[in-house]
Write a protein that binds this ligand. Structure first.
Ligand SMILES: Nc1nc2c(c(=O)[nH]1)N[C@H]1C(S)=C(S)[C@@H](COP(=O)(O)O)O[C@H]1N2
Ligand SMILES: [Mo]
Length: 314
């Protein structure tokens, strides 16, 4: 774990739970976290400054449900580039070099180009948004993300009137990502959204969680968070964003089109062909919860799908 704590705490004295509660108190009291609190070994001062960590304001749409402990958020992950076991990302992702990092923006935009992470992040004020994340496998978490709306990012690059969809890609680098030596998926990991989904104010570009930079296993340095869709739509470690006129594919749809559709909205009424999606296990809980339509974000997103048959467009 990257998280370094303020100097008046001794890391070995406290559990991860106490560490994040302590960190929360710093944020809530509005006191900037000292520079040392940022994962200095991996981030250059430029990127740290661009991230503005310590100046995170509470954003809209947060749930007041109990947050999943940091320890679970960073040790139970899906990030197939590092292996298919839940523990592989925490074990292997620390090797990923996330600085320098660049993101190419292409396709139907007025200002295409390859931008450094700093260029990408600098104009954006960071918000904390506590969102539910529900994996298609049937587990869920509540994660306090740090980020800003994807819409704000896309608008800066001036999408043309032909931009109907957005496609995202993760880094390909077999040396750093040992899981890519096997063709479990057709690399790069790809995802896509319809432009109105991408522009919805819920859709987040995340650069941190629990008030700190993203741990590598959670998709550093920059990932997508689409809380009304199954977790796999929330693509990690993005290097390419392309606006397009036609619907892109996604890695999971490509690998098993009958199981994973382009939309992949959380929907308890549409089963995965091999299991039900009616219930979920919140990590840390024993009793299963009912899965909510659109993962509980109906109010924000139901109108996007008005008139669509969501059994057909799963
Ligand atoms: N590049 C990439 N992004 C990815 C994945 C992946 O394997 N590779 N897994 C997805 C899946 S299935 C889930 S449930 C979420 C998990 O995010 P978390 O580990 O931060 O909780 O990341 C998604 N993003
Ligand atoms: Mo997932």
């Amino acid at each position: 774990m990257l998280i370094k704590i303020a100097t008046d705490l001794n890391e070995s004295d406290v559990t991860p739970c106490e560490i994040y509660q302590q960190r929360r108190r710093f944020l809530q009291s509005g006191i900037a976290i000292a520079g040392a609190a940022i994962g200095g070994s991996l981030l250059s001062p430029d990127v740290s400054a661009a991230l503005q960590l310590g100046k995170i304001t509470p954003g809209p749409f947060s749930t007041d449900e109990e947050k999943t402990p940091l320890d679970d958020v960073t040790s139970y992950n899906n990030f197939y580039e590092f292996g298919v076991d839940k523990s592989d990302p925490a074990r292997y992702a620390h090797k990923l070099v996330t600085d320098p990092w660049s993101v190419s923006i292409s396709g139907e935009v007025g200002r295409p180009g390859t931008y450094t992470l700093e260029d990408i992040l600098k104009p954006h004020a960071l918000e904390e948004r506590i969102y539910r994340l529900r994996c298609v496998e049937g587990w869920s978490m509540v994660i306090p993300w740090v980020g800003f709306p994807l819409a704000d990012l896309l608008k800066r690059f001036e999408p043309t009137s032909k931009a109907k969809f957005v496609e995202f890609e993760t880094l390909v680098d077999k040396k750093q990502m040992p899981g890519q030596r096997r063709r479990v998926l057709d690399w790069p990991y790809r995802e896509g959204l319809r432009i109105d989904e991408a522009m919805n104010p819920l859709t987040l570009i995340a650069v941190g969680l629990y008030g700190d930079v993203l741990p590598n296993q959670n998709g550093a340095p920059i990932r997508l968070v689409v809380p009304w869709k199954y977790g796999f739509k929330s693509i990690k470690s993005i290097v390419r964003i392309r606006l397009r006129g036609t619907q892109p594919t996604s890695s999971w749809t490509q690998s098993a089109p009958r199981e994973y559709g382009f939309y992949s909205n959380v929907n308890p009424g549409v089963s995965h062909p091999r299991w039900s999606q009616k219930r979920e296990r919140r990590i840390g809980e024993w009793r299963k919860r009912k899965t909510l339509m659109f993962n509980g974000y109906q109010e924000q997103v139901a109108s996007l799908y008005a008139g669509m048959d969501l059994k057909k467009y799963y």
